[in-house]
Design a protein around this ligand. Structure first.
Ligand code: ZN
Length: 580
C-alpha cells in the first residue's frame, strides 16, 4: 500500500511515502518518511508523539524480543539504508527519567553518536521559547532620527529597512542594556549557520570550567592525572551582552506589600520563592518576561542583616515541600528568589537607607555566589545548545532602598560564566560585598587563571588577573521589573483571605480554623484561589493527588462543573470534617 505523495522540487519524479510503525507502552504510533529520508524524520515524529519521554533513552528493536539498539545508532542513515520498508513495525523502549538525569544521558552516553541537529530537534523547551524562536524579531520602525542618520542620505526605499532584533544602535536608543536571549541566538545562528551552507552547528557555547572527565589522553583520570587536553583553559570574564529574562512582572502590587509586612512588623529580613510563568515581553525585541503569580515564604530565621533558610528545596530523598507540589498542580514553575534588605532610615516617614548603588554594590558577593548556584540548579532547556541546556531563567529580586530612600525592587541574573564557575566550585563570597574570591586550588580542585578587563590609570583597557579577587560587577545582568496596568492575577481571592505560611514570628499562624473561615468567606471557586491556602491544604495530606489537582483547577480556572466535582469528592468532605 505504497502511496504516491508530493513530487520533488523538479516536479517530475514522484516520490514514495512509507509509513513506519512504532509500538511502545503508549500504543502504536505512525510516522511517514521517504526511502531517501534520514531516519531522523520518523524519529522526530516519534519524539513529538511521546513528549514526556527523554529521546536520549529511546531504544528500538525490529521484533518484540529483538536486541534493543539506541535510537542514536539509526540517526543519520536513510530509511532505505536501514532496510526499513512500508508498514514495518519497530518496538520502542525508553526509561521515564527525571529531567536532570535525561541531560546527563544525552551528554555522557549518547552525545558522540547524536548529531547537533538531532539534539536541536529533540529538545523540549518552554512554550515561550518555542514561540519566540519562530518569530523573526525584525523591528519594523517608523522613520526615526537614527534611521535618517543611517540611511537618509542613501535615497528612498532603504530608510524602511527592518532592523535586526540585536541591532546595537536600536537597543542603545531604547535604553535596553542587554539584548534578549532569542535575539542573541538569532545573531549567533546568522553567523554560524549561513543559509544553504554546510551542516548545522549548535550556535550556543556552554562554558565548562571543570576538568574534562572523558579525556582520551594516556593518563589516569583526574585527580590522579591531567593533561593539556582535559585541563580547562584560562577564563576571561566578560560582561554578558544578553540576558535570559528581560523583565519581571509581579501580577499585582499587593504581593510585594504583603511580602514586606514581616519586616515592617519585626525589622527582620525575609526571603521567598517566586512562582509563575514566562511570556513574551513586547518592549524588548524577542524579549521574555517572568510573570510572578505567587511568593511562597519557606521556613526561615530572619535577622536584621540577613536570612537563613531552613528549608532545602528539592533535596534528594526528602519529601517534596508543599509549595512545589502546589505550583506543579497550578501549572506554575519556579521563577526565582526574592528577598528584602531593608533598614529604616529613622526619619519617621517610612523612608529606608539606600545601601545598594553604583559606588557600593547591587548584589553582594554572597548573593552572587548564591544566585550562581541556584541558576546552575535550574538550567534552561535550549535546542540551540550542544548539550540541550544553556544558562538559566532563574532570577534574583532584591527589595531595598533606592537613592530616593523609597522601598524599591531590583531584579538580576548572574552571567552564564558565573554559573559555570559555581558549577566547577571555583568561587566563594568574601567579607567585602563587592568582591568575590576565586577559590584556591586543592588536590581535587583545578583552578584555571581568571582574568577580567579593567581600565588602568591611563584610561587603557588591560587584562587584570582575578586570582583571588574578582569584582562582582562582571557577573551581573540587570533586568527591568513592573506591574501590569490591568492586573489579572491567577489567584484572585486576595492575600488577606488566608494567613501566609511561616510567619509565626509576627504572630500569624495557619490553622484549620483559619482555613474554615477562608472557605466560608467567598464563592466556592473564589475562596480557594490563594496559593498559600492551596499549599496549606496540600501539607495536610487529606486530598488524593487527583483531588488536589482538581482543587488547583478550581482555584485557577473557577469553573462551576469542577466545583461540583470537588464538593462531591471524598477527600474534600474529609477536609471539611477536619475543619469542623
Ligand atoms: Zn587529559
Amino acid at each position: 500500500m505504497v502511496s504516491t505523495a508530493d513530487t520533488n522540487s523538479c516536479g517530475i519524479v514522484p516520490r514514495l511515502t512509507q509509513i513506519l510503525r512504532f509500538r511502545s507502552k503508549k500504543g502504536t504510533l505512525r510516522a511517514e518518511a521517504q526511502p531517501t529520508d534520514l531516519f531522523d524524520v520518523a524519529f522526530k515524529k516519534l519524539t513529538e508523539d511521546l513528549p514526556d519521554i527523554d529521546p536520549a533513552t529511546i531504544t528500538l528493536a525490529t521484533s518484540p524480543t529483538g536486541k534493543q539498539e539506541p535510537a542514536s545508532r539509526l540517526l543519520g542513515k536513510t530509511v532505505q539504508k536501514l532496510g526499513l520498508n512500508h508498514g514495518d513495525m519497530l518496538f520502542v523502549s525508553y526509561t521515564d527519567s527525571a529531567p536532570r538525569a535525561a541531560v546527563e544521558a544525552v551528554t555522557a552516553e549518547t552525545a558522540p553518536q547524536m548529531t547537533a541537529a538531532h539534539i536541536r530537534d529533540a529538545t523540549k523547551q518552554l512554550p515561550v521559547d518555542d514561540y519566540l524562536e519562530k518569530q523573526d524579531g525584525k523591528i519594523k520602525r517608523q522613520l526615526s532620527a537614527l534611521q535618517q542618520r543611517k540611511f537618509g542620505s542613501r535615497g528612498m526605499g532603504e530608510d524602511t529597512l527592518p532592523v535586526d532584533p540585536w541591532d546595537e544602535e536600536y537597543l542603545k536608543e531604547q535604553k535596553i542594556k542587554h539584548m534578549s536571549y532569542h535575539a542573541y541566538v538569532k545573531k549567533l545562528n546568522s553567523q554560524a549557520n549561513k543559509k544553504n551552507g554546510g551542516g548545522y552547528i549548535a550556535p550556543l557555547n556552554v562554558s565548562d570550567f571543570g576538568v574534562s572527565k572523558s579525556c582520551t589522553g594516556a593518563h589516569a583520570p583526574w585527580p590522579e592525572g591531567i593533561c593539556s587536553r582535559c585541563q580547562p583553559s584560562a577564563i576571561t570574564l566578560q560582561s554578558q551582552p544578553f540576558r535570559m529574562v528581560d523583565h519581571v512582572e509581579f501580577a499585582e502590587s499587593g504581593m510585594i506589600n504583603s511580602f514586606i509586612e514581616p519586616w515592617r512588623q519585626s525589622g527582620t529580613q525575609r526571603i521567598g520563592w517566586m512562582y509563575g510563568h514566562y511570556e513574551p515581553y513586547e518592549l524588548v525585541p524577542l524579549g521574555i518576561k517572568a510573570v510572578v503569580e505567587a511568593i511562597y515564604e519557606p521556613a526561615q530565621s530572619g535577622e536584621y542583616d540577613g536570612i537563613t533558610i531552613t528549608e532545602i528545596t528539592q533535596a534528594d530523598g526528602q519529601p517534596q515541600p508543599p509549595h512545589i507540589a502546589t505550583a506543579e498542580a497550578c501549572g506554575l514553575v519556579p521563577l526565582g528568589v526574592i528577598f528584602t534588605d531593608l533598614v529604616d532610615a529613622g526619619n519617621g516617614d517610612g523612608s529606608v537607607i539606600c545601601k545598594r548603588h553604583a559606588d557600593s554594590y547591587f548584589l553582594s558577593s554572597l548573593e552572587v555566589a548564591f544566585a550562581g548556584a541556584m541558576q546552575a540548579r535550574f538550567p534552561n532547556k535550549s535546542r540551540w545548545s550542544p548539550t540541550s541546556e544553556f544558562s538559566s531563567k532563574f532570577v534574583t529580586a532584591v527589595i531595598s532602598g533606592n537613592p530616593k530612600g523609597e522601598i524599591d525592587v531590583s531584579c538580576y541574573q548572574v552571567s552564564e560564566q558565573c554559573e559555570a564557575m559555581a558549577r566547577a566550585d571555583l568561587i566563594e563570597p568574601s567579607i567585602n560585598p563587592s568582591v568575590l574570591l576565586v577559590k584556591e586550588a586543592t588536590k581535587t580542585r583545578y583552578v584555571p587563571d581568571v582574568f577580567y578587563k579593567k581600565n588602568n590609570e591611563y584610561g587603557r583597557t588591560v587584562l587584570q588577573g582575578a586570582n583571588p579577587q574578582l569584582p562582582v560587577d562582571y557577573m551581573l545582568v540587570t533586568l527591568t521589573h513592573g506591574f501590569p496596568q490591568d492586573p489579572r492575577p491567577l489567584f484572585s481571592s486576595g492575600l488577606s483571605s488566608f494567613p501566609v505560611e511561616n510567619r509565626e514570628l509576627i504572630g500569624v499562624t495557619q490553622s484549620p480554623q483559619a482555613l474554615g473561615k477562608a472557605l466560608d468567606s467567598g464563592s466556592a471557586g473564589g475562596a480557594v484561589s490563594n496559593f498559600h491556602l492551596l499549599s496549606y491544604i496540600q501539607s495536610m495530606g487529606v486530598l488524593s493527588a487527583e483531588e488536589f489537582q482538581l482543587l488547583a483547577k478550581v482555584a485557577t480556572e473557577k469553573k462551576d462543573e469542577d466545583v461540583s466535582r470537588l464538593v462531591a469528592s471524598e477527600g474534600w468532605n474529609n477536609l471539611l470534617l477536619i475543619i469542623q
